[in-house]
Design a protein around this ligand. Structure first.
Ligand code: NAD
Length: 254
């Protein structure tokens, strides 16, 4: 699974799942470019990774920033072979209590951000004759819990974006959506803290999984790297669940 001489862009890679993906690609000898709004965490993380890791501050929902960041990544490492559209935010709300500005912010980061990064990375992949776009969806696109309407909408739409990229740019470019269950990350830890009883909510989340634990970020990173590697080269255009059995536990055969 060597990524020697390959360049991997990971959005939202300063922490959580994105950092888990960046670590695995870096361990497998890839050049890793982390795009994130959290400058402090991103700089620190890339310094820890060392050589072949670069942080670029970028809000994925802003096209000018995305275009500039991808040009910087290409200038630094000569191309972009893998794009991991991972940046995402979560807010608990149902349709009737979602403010228009919150809907826009969630869709702008989770969905438009993936579109913008793909729009500006794919031409470099076409030029190189190969590439892969991996979109971080969620098992919630299949088994939907209550009170996450804008999030679920964005994660479901990412599966459509994945299919479109796969059919529009085949055979050179592949696209795959990853659908994790609960992952132990700052996003989830912050969500637990917002509840009246964080320990109870954490345990309830663990109990949703047949494997009786949440994933760690590198569980997801290992799958993403496998799919992006030659070993995963027959996987294309579809969502892949990595959910510890959460989908079948709460959703039956869905
Ligand atoms: P996290 O909050 O721990 O990390 C997300 C990172 O994205 C942060 O570093 C944050 O600064 C960055 N980010 C936020 N807005 C950004 C923007 N506009 N531009 C660039 N970077 C931005 O989240 P996580 O749990 O690691 O989740 C990563 C992805 O995986 C998200 O898309 C999330 O929806 C998805 N996901 C998470 C879980 C889970 O249980 N944690 C499950 C399924 C899917």
């Amino acid at each position: 699974m060597s990524f020697e001489d390959k360049t991997i862009i990971v959005t939202g890679g300063a922490k959580g799942i994105g950092a888990g993906c960046a670590e695995v690609f870096h361990r497998e000898h890839g050049n890793v470019v982390v795009l994130d709004v959290d400058e402090s965490a991103g700089e620190t993380f890339c310094e820890l990774l060392g050589d072949r890791a670069q942080f670029i501050k970028c809000d994925v929902s802003r096209e000018a920033e995305v275009e500039e960041a991808i040009e910087q990544a290409v200038a630094a490492f000569g191309g972009v072979d893998v794009l991991v559209n991972n940046a995402g935010i979560l807010q608990y709300s149902k349709v009737t209590d979602t403010l228009e500005e919150d809907w826009d912010r969630i869709l702008d980061i989770n969905l438009k951000g993936a579109f913008l990064c793909a729009k500006h990375a794919i031409p470099h992949m076409i030029e190189a004759g190969a590439g892969i776009v991996i979109n971080m969806s969620s098992v919630q696109a299949f088994v939907t819990q209550q009170n996450v309407a804008p999030y679920v909408t964005s994660k479901s739409a990412l599966i459509g974006l994945t299919r479109s990229i796969a059919v529009d740019y085949a055979p050179e470019i592949r696209s795959v959506a990853i659908c994790p269950g609960g992952v132990d990350t700052p996003l989830n830890r912050a969500a637990f803290q917002q509840s009246a009883d964080p320990d109870r909510v954490r345990q309830e989340t663990i109990d949703l999984h047949l494997v009786e634990r949440m994933a760690q970020p590198d569980d997801i990173g290992e799958l993403v790297a496998f799919i992006a590697s030659e070993k995963g080269s027959f996987i294309n255009g579809q969502p892949i669940r990595i959910d510890g059995g959460m989908g079948i536990k709460i959703g039956g055969s869905k």
